[in-house]
Write a protein that binds this ligand. Structure first.
Ligand SMILES: [Zn+2]
Length: 185
């Protein structure tokens, strides 16, 4: 005769125990919500715009491979965290945020990007529409993310400036490599 094993089912020790646990979890949940609303009557929200792209060339003088001129199809993502505008119930208008990101991306698109103090002689006679000078000393993904964060911060309205707490920008060089920076607005 075959030795058939009973199928095993994971059970709580008993039904009362399971019920007690379920109640406790619900209590904890509502208690933690009450707690957070008591200490933080104005919760913060985050809006995200992603998928803005630009193609550009750069080089990193110190890097064994990347010191040669090369390009990336950069992808930008920005997260803006803040309190809601009382009447419209938004942190900021997402289309407006996207336009801001696109405005800087358009300045960089199909350009050679150089650091603030780099290649002064090399590009002296270059047509200015081909070359963009980054306000930072180099053109790493970290530098570009910092540029985007500053750009957004500088273009916020007075009202947005009052409510927005944090701006985060992420710049991806490839699907696998990206850098992000957050600043308190
Ligand atoms: Zn690169």
């Amino acid at each position: 005769m075959m030795n058939e094993e009973e199928p095993t089912v994971m059970m709580y020790p008993d039904e009362d125990y399971a019920e007690e646990m379920a109640e406790k979890i619900l209590d904890d949940f509502s208690a933690s919500n009450r707690g957070s609303f008591q200490t933080n009557p104005d919760p913060v929200y985050t809006v995200t715009v992603r998928g803005v792209e630009f193609s550009a060339a750069h080089r990193l003088a110190w890097h064994p491979k990347c010191r040669r001129w090369h390009g990336h199809n950069y992808k930008v993502r920005v997260d803006v965290t803040g309190e809601l505008d009382g009447s419209r119930r938004i942190v900021m208008e997402m289309g407006r945020l996207k336009k801001m990101i696109e405005e800087l991306a358009d300045k960089l698109d199909h350009r050679v990007i150089i650091g603030a103090t780099e290649h002064a002689d090399e590009f002296a006679g270059e047509r200015s529409e081909d070359v963009v000078r980054c306000p930072l000393s180099s053109v790493t993904a970290e530098d570009l993310a910092t540029w985007f964060v500053r750009w957004i911060r500088d273009h916020l309205s007075e009202d947005e400036r009052r409510r927005i707490r944090r701006i985060r920008a992420s710049v991806a060089e490839t699907d696998g490599f990206s850098a992000a920076v957050s600043v308190t607005a």
